[in-house]
Write a protein that binds this ligand. Structure first.
Ligand code: HEM
Length: 352
């Protein structure tokens, strides 16, 4: 072999080695989530979370539904990073003020209780983003739904995205095309959309989020034609025109607090509460119809799909590795942040 070809070989070997090093560095900074993440640092994390939720559910049957929704609204805005939990401060514009969240999302006090319990057992270890992922799973199990292995190791954001919370979270009056697009934007497919919508097998919704279907659907002056007429009458009685928009209705009129596949049989009998629910079955020719029918006739298929889709949702852009994010000590505050909301002009002037 000539010295020339030896030279070529060694420089290409070097290039390959550099490339491998670069790829391994990249992988290192985007570490994968891991079911065993807290095995040594907080081995009882799951049972601690479960205990707090179980206690809270004694006085608030709806708490599990509210907690899984927090995980969903967290993950859809720049990934599952606990950003939804941050309160207003001098540096933070809270996502709690976004349209899908304001006067609607709940359960923050229970998240704080979970955090306190965890800080007592394993201080500074478990992120608020992971608390939401675990709480979602424990809530589903508590209501009789499937269990799955929650992947862990998310870190908490030090920022929020109020605009993102207003635009990225799907709205109840959106059509199927928009729902599919919003799920696709975060890497979730049509099956994920149908199975995750099955979380509406428990919990409540306020009249204001579906009243447009009851009296003047799409400015037609008539109710949504895809609403079962008996169900329509019941809902009209609960939510009269000009009445209190925050009155609550069961998302699943059949088994309001249990986690089962009745959500899908409700859709088949035109008893989906939100337009976004009924769209999955009533949009003519939609690919979602056969998925609804499958889940309606086969609860095991729904449970298996739901579990996988929850893992998929929990994988949306987590912050991992030591370079990004932090482990918040208080889920409402970035570490070192202050809890005051607005400093008045007087305070600013007088302290300068
Ligand atoms: C497909 C798009 C979705 C839309 C348009 C939507 C919309 C809504 C709306 C409007 C409410 C009622 C809020 C209120 O009236 O205060 C609600 C409640 C709820 N949502 Fe969704 N949602 C969607 C997907 C999901 C997903 C993916 C999950 C979880 C995996 C979920 C879980 C829940 C739960 C459990 C409740 C009841 C919460 C409670 O009782 O506090 N939703 N949703």
């Amino acid at each position: 072999m000539s010295s020339f070809s030896l030279k070529i070989m060694s420089s290409s070997t070097l290039a390959i080695a550099a490339l491998l090093l670069w790829v391994s560095m990249l992988r290192g900074s985007t570490a994968q989530l891991d079911a065993n993440f807290y095995n040594t640092t907080c081995p009882n994390v799951l049972s601690i979370v479960q205990q707090v939720i179980s206690n809270a559910s004694q006085t608030d049957i709806r708490i599990g539904a509210s907690l899984i929704r927090l995980h969903f609204h967290d993950c859809f805005v720049d990934g599952c990073d606990g950003s939804i939990l941050l309160d207003n401060s001098s540096t933070i514009q809270t996502e709690k003020d976004a349209a899908p969240n304001v006067n609607s999302t709940r359960g923050f006090d229970v998240v704080d209780n979970i955090k306190t319990a965890l800080e007592n057992s394993c201080p500074g270890v478990v992120s608020c983003a992971d608390i939401l992922a675990i709480a979602a799973q424990e809530s589903v199990v508590l209501a009789g739904g499937p269990s799955w292995t929650v992947l862990l190791g998310r870190r908490d954001s030090t920022t929020t995205n109020l605009t993102g919370a207003n635009t990225d979270i799907p709205a109840p009056s959106e059509n199927l095309t928009t729902l599919i697009a919003k799920f696709s934007a975060v890497g979730l497919d049509t099956t994920d959309l149908v199975s995750l919508s099955g979380a509406h097998t428990f919990g409540r919704a306020q009249c204001k989020n579906f009243i447009n279907r009851l009296y003047n659907f799409s400015s037609t002056g008539s109710p949504d034609p895809s609403l079962n007429s008996t169900y329509l009458a019941t809902l009209q009685q609960l939510c009269p025109q000009g009445g209190n928009g925050s009155v609550l209705a069961d998302l699943d009129p059949t088994t309001p607090d249990g986690f089962d596949n009745n959500y899908y049989s409700n859709l088949e009998s035109n008893e989906g509460l939100l337009q976004s629910d009924q769209e999955l079955f009533s949009t003519s020719g939609a690919v979602t119809i056969s998925i609804v029918s499958n889940f309606s006739s086969n609860q095991s298929a729904f449970f298996a799909s739901f579990a996988q889709s929850m893992i998929n949702m929990g994988n949306i852009s987590p912050l991992t590795g030591s370079q990004q994010g932090e482990i918040r000590l208080d889920c409402k505050l970035v570490n070192g942040g202050s809890s005051y909301i607005y400093e008045s002009t007087y305070d600013l002037v007088s302290s300068s």
